[in-house]
Design a protein around this ligand. Structure first.
Ligand code: HEC
Ligand code: HEC
Ligand code: HEC
Ligand code: HEC
Length: 170
């Protein structure tokens, strides 16, 4: 065997050794147990605290709202999309004293114009197909800085969307 091939083989052997060593230290223990990923990731994900409860969880105490929203334009929106994550609220509200409801269980009530604007403000990058059956899947847009933009003289505040549109059935 010529000398240069021997040297090349030595170099290859070193590279392979380094590769195997690196592989040994870098690959997590549970890799491959359940396929081409780290099986422990499932346990890690399970250990995260839950923050959302889902609409089903609201029926027990706010069945009226769940029902009224189901007939209106906002039927497909999630409660927690507007009120924020409600896991703690849904599971501990029962134990709380209704006369002295703890702040930590309170959810936000998004009554500001800015909130509705997130979905309804006119945005040229959102397409709305007029006279098309897919219309309902598109959000109706208004110019939030113009649509019923009354200012109360006494308080200098702009009228809120929820004073005219009931958010659960707009
Ligand atoms: C175990 C009963 C219970 C469950 C389940 C529950 N809530 Fe509540 N909720 C309450 C109580 C009690 C109050 C506070 C008393 C009140 O103001 O009516 C409250 C208040 C609220 C408020 C604020 C009302 C206000 O005036 O500030 C919102 C918003 C709300 N809940 C949304 C939800 C959503 C969304 C869910 C489902 C993810 C949910 N709740 C699940 C019992 C519950
Ligand atoms: C589009 C956003 C939006 C969605 C979706 C929504 N809410 Fe609300 N909700 C509001 C706003 C805004 C208020 C405050 C209304 C006000 O004070 O005028 C409110 C008020 C409430 C209140 C206080 C009592 C009342 O009726 O005013 C409860 C309870 C409540 N929501 C529960 C729910 C539940 C349960 C769902 C899902 C079935 C839900 N909400 C979905 C925006 C929303
Ligand atoms: C997460 C996005 C989202 C938010 C936030 C939201 N909406 Fe909507 N809204 C929708 C969708 C989706 C529809 C149903 C499709 C449509 O008709 O535009 C709708 C429909 C409506 C309609 C009926 C439009 C029509 O076609 O006649 C009104 C009015 C309305 N929303 C008012 C409000 C108000 C007021 C708020 C704030 C309290 C609000 N929305 C917050 C998504 C949203
Ligand atoms: C003074 C009462 C009032 C206020 C405040 C108000 N609206 Fe309206 N809105 C109406 C009326 C009435 C209509 C139906 C007639 C029309 O299209 O103007 C309407 C229509 C709509 C529509 C449907 C438009 C369409 O083309 O079919 C949307 C979406 C809407 N409003 C969202 C909002 C949002 C978001 C806010 C807050 C930024 C808001 N509105 C504030 C009274 C109001």
């Amino acid at each position: 065997m010529p000398d240069q091939v021997k040297r090349l083989l030595v170099a290859f052997a070193i590279f392979i050794a380094i590769f195997l060593l690196a592989r040994y230290f870098l690959i997590p223990d549970s890799f491959g147990e359940l396929g081409h990923y780290r099986a422990d990731a499932i346990g890690d994900a399970e250990a995260y605290p839950l923050s959302h409860a889902g609409r089903e969880a609201c029926i027990k105490c706010h069945g009226d709202v769940v029902e009224e929203i189901s007939y209106g334009f906002h039927a497909k929106l999630s409660c927690e999309g507007c009120h924020g994550p409600a896991y703690k609220h849904a599971y501990y509200a029962e134990l709380a004293d209704p006369q002295n409801f703890p702040d930590s269980l309170m959810l936000n009530k998004p009554v500001e114009r800015d909130f509705c604007a997130r979905c309804h403000d006119r945005n040229r990058s959102r397409i709305r197909f007029a006279s098309d059956s897919t219309e309902i899947s598109q959000v109706t847009m208004v110019d939030v800085s113009d649509h019923n933009h009354f200012i109360y003289e006494e308080t200098n505040e702009i009228i809120r969307c929820v004073e005219c549109h009931y958010p659960h059935s707009p």
